[in-house]
Design a protein around this ligand. Structure first.
Ligand code: GDD
Ligand code: MN
Length: 407
């Protein structure tokens, strides 16, 4: 009697991320490995497997495998799938004992897969199995990734109420803000139904959290050509969704983690830190120059000197630290002076804004000059960051954001 493949020891560590998919060591007769992650899907798993096999036997006879990755469901989903293995040799069943979670389940399945193309479909029949007949041709036509989407062509959701639609769209909107370059690539980045070429992700460390593996693939994979196929997300007939509050928190954690590891937040955080040091320079100098207890110079002169010193301070730190990955490629004093000229010009315009604001706030509105200065700096920081990242250290973006693929 076929048995459930035991989870190997590497499968047993709950925190064993990142996970890498190995490249194929030799050409494989398996073209497609489709993973079905399951947790308590006893009521649908057998029907799903049979339907999938019937469809795949038509388009990929003898050249596909189905891999059910179950997290030791108490309803014996794994055992039910395992009972089909005798008649369906293309079916593998992996039963994880300690590791939990949808995205890592899929990756564990892909690690055990032999196919050139790796795919995922839910085990609860909410993804209609026949959609595989439309997904596969897109791969054959050369796509690196084909995504089943609720938001293109004939795609949609069956009977979602307004609240559920809003939550789904809200989650997508947060993603668009935090990771625009990832979320703009497809209409349904939260989809759990897609096929991807192994070569697009092989060897890349993947650290998904919770449910959403596709954003990880979009953000980190070598994905150039993307196709989308509309499908109707079916109502759940049996069992229940495993989405919980924790899943939502994991989603946010995942977005933030990606945001950081894609690099630009690193640069942004450094830029902000430098800005903070400039603020200290600006405030201290303004106090020393303007305050009656010290030099008592007039506000405009004091402010201009304080700010120019802050600009020089910021330039040095940004050039040596924040954007060091760019400046390393553009060495030499003359390059540095050019960057300084641009930075200084942008900041001087900012300074004009800044000074106008300080005067407006302190002399017209009667706000204490130090507080007015702080408010003005806060506003002008946005101006400075935006323009400088676009102009002074322009190649930073070109390097961090090849083709605008990664945000
Ligand atoms: N192995 C394993 N471990 N499988 C899991 C786990 C887990 O911890 N959690 C969920 N699954 C399986 C479920 O059994 C099901 O087959 C599939 O993953 C999707 O889980 P659901 O809980 O049914 O998700 P949903 O219906 O709310 O959302 C689905 O649709 C979204 C919209 O397309 C998911 O597929 C999302 O990934 C998808 O984006
Ligand atoms: Mn579901």
């Amino acid at each position: 009697m076929p048995h459930v493949a035991p989870a190997s020891s590497t499968h047993l560590q709950a925190s064993a991320v990142p996970i890498q998919i190995p490249p194929l060591s030799q050409p494989s007769s398996v073209q497609l490995s489709l993973v079905v992650p399951t947790y308590n899907e006893a009521s649908s798993i057998c029907s799903l497997i049979r339907q999938l096999c019937a469809h795949l036997d038509m388009i990929l006879p003898g050249a596909y495998e189905l891999i059910v990755v179950d997290d030791n469901s108490p309803d014996y989903t794994a055992k039910l799938a395992q009972e089909l293995q005798e008649e369906l040799p293309q079916l593998k069943v992996i039963c994880r004992q300690r590791e939990r979670g949808l995205a890592t389940a899929v990756l564990r399945g892909w690690q055990a897969a032999r196919g050139e193309v790796l795919g995922v479909m839910d085990g609860d029949l909410q993804h209609p199995p026949e959609i595989i007949l439309k997904l596969w041709p897109a791969i054959q036509e050369g796509a690196d990734l084909v995504v089943g989407s609720r938001y293109v062509g004939s795609g949609g959701v069956s009977h979602w109420n307004l609240g559920r639609r809003l939550v789904s769209r809200g989650a997508q909107a947060i993603g668009l803000v935090l990771l625009p370059g990832v979320f703009r690539r497809v209409s349904d980045p939260l989809s759990g139904l897609f096929l991807v070429r192994r070569q697009a992700i092989a060897g890349i460390p993947l650290s998904p959290k919770g449910y959403k593996l596709l954003i990880e693939v979009l953000a980190r994979g070598r994905v150039t050509t993307i196709a989308e196929v509309g499908y109707i997300f079916q109502e759940r007939q049996n069992g229940e969704s495993k989405i919980q509050l924790q899943t939502c928190l994991q989603y946010l954690h995942h977005l933030i983690h990606l945001r950081f590891s894609l690099g630009q937040v690193g640069a942004f955080l450094r830029f902000s830190t430098v800005g903070l040091s400039g603020t200290v320079v600006d405030m201290v100098l303004l106090y020393l120059l303007h305050d009656p207890a010290n030099l008592g110079w007039d506000l405009i002169t004091s402010k201009l000197i304080a700010s120019e010193m802050a600009i020089l301070n910021n330039f040095l730190w940004n050039d040596l630290w924040t954007f060091r990955h760019v400046t390393r490629l553009q060495p030499g004093l003359s390059n540095r002076l050019k960057r300084l000229a641009k930075f200084n010009m942008i900041c001087l315009i900012g300074l004009f804004l800044n000074s106008s604001l300080v005067i407006l706030l302190s002399e017209r509105l009667g706000i204490h000059y130090l507080l007015a200065n702080l408010i003005a700096i806060g506003i002008v920081v946005f101006w400075n960051f935006y323009l400088n990242s676009k102009l002074s250290w322009k190649s930073a973006e070109a390097k961090l954001d090849p083709g605008g693929d990664k945000s």
